[in-house]
Design a protein around this ligand. Structure first.
Ligand code: HEC
Ligand code: HEC
Length: 222
């Protein structure tokens, strides 16, 4: 029994929760995201947020869309107390940290034999093009600068303009997108939502439909 394995068991065990209501995996299945919005109390009420994946959470502080938790370590302990209403020994939280830190990205099914497709290769150049500007906020290797930005994504229920740049690793499996899950696909996020376009942090003007499709293919391949 390794510490990571113990953490995996705690993460999936509703026995840890007050009246056995739920485990962490109830909302974070497979330590990823259930695709739903939940109104957690850490940033006030009435402003539900889309569940985040646990992949790379410990390497991309601050945590939560509004960055209200300093790190994933803090978020894990807050989850035990405020979501599961439980008091647990520190070693349980450490085991959950170690489990989550051991998660590895699953290669994107958009890849061809593990490599970028020709379209994704073309999209990669666009992503890293300085004029387009995606990589300014989503730099390699984790595709996030870990900073808050106003990218015009404020929604009906939101009370703030700036959100932590999310990592794009495994973004192919974490729809819907943005802090409130407003967009169902990356295509909608870019083409209808204009994310990364003028007034939203970057510059998509001048890109053809084909170039936008290539860019989307690259993002889905991460
Ligand atoms: C009721 C659903 C729910 C349950 C149960 C739940 N979470 Fe979450 N979790 C969320 C949502 C929603 C977010 C995103 C909140 C935000 O962005 O403000 C989140 C975010 C996180 C984050 C921050 C990730 C990041 O990169 O910012 C961590 C870490 C986390 N949860 C760990 C846990 C742990 C550990 C447990 C069990 C103790 C748990 N969660 C139980 C819904 C849940
Ligand atoms: C000024 C900084 C900035 C630039 C430039 C930028 N992004 Fe983002 N990106 C963000 C922020 C901040 C969010 C999260 C906003 C939210 O949650 O409401 C985000 C969210 C995303 C998401 C959704 C991730 C998820 O898990 O919900 C994708 C995909 C994405 N960006 C791709 C791109 C692409 C492609 C470009 C270039 C066309 C780009 N971004 C340019 C800051 C930026």
């Amino acid at each position: 029994m390794t510490i990571q394995r113990r953490g995996e068991m705690f993460f999936h065990d509703a026995d840890l929760c007050f009246q056995n209501w739920q485990s962490c995996a109830s909302c974070h299945p497979d330590a990823r995201a259930d695709g739903l919005n939940w109104d957690l109390l850490n940033d006030g009420i009435g402003n539900p947020k889309n569940t985040k994946s646990m992949l790379l959470a410990h390497q991309t502080p601050p945590s939560m869309a509004e960055g209200v938790r300093e790190s994933a370590e803090v978020a894990v302990r807050a989850g035990i107390v405020h979501i599961q209403f439980a008091v647990r020994p520190e070693e349980d939280a450490v085991a959950i940290d170690e489990y989550l830190k051991a998660l590895e990205p699953v290669p994107s099914p958009y890849r061809v034999d593990g490599e970028l497709s020709p379209a994704a290769e073309r999209g990669k150049k666009i992503f890293f093009d300085e004029k387009v500007g995606c990589a300014r906020c989503h730099p390699e290797p984790l595709y996030t600068d870990n900073l808050l930005h106003d990218v015009g994504s404020r929604g009906w229920f939101t009370r703030t303009d700036a959100f932590v740049t999310p990592t794009l690793v495994e973004v192919w499996r974490t729809a819907p997108y943005m802090h409130d899950g407003k967009w169902l696909t990356i295509e909608d996020l870019i083409k209808k939502g204009g994310h990364g376009g003028e007034g939203k942090g970057g510059d998509l003007s001048g890109l053809t439909e084909q170039q936008l499709d290539d860019l989307i293919e690259f993002v889905l391949s991460l």
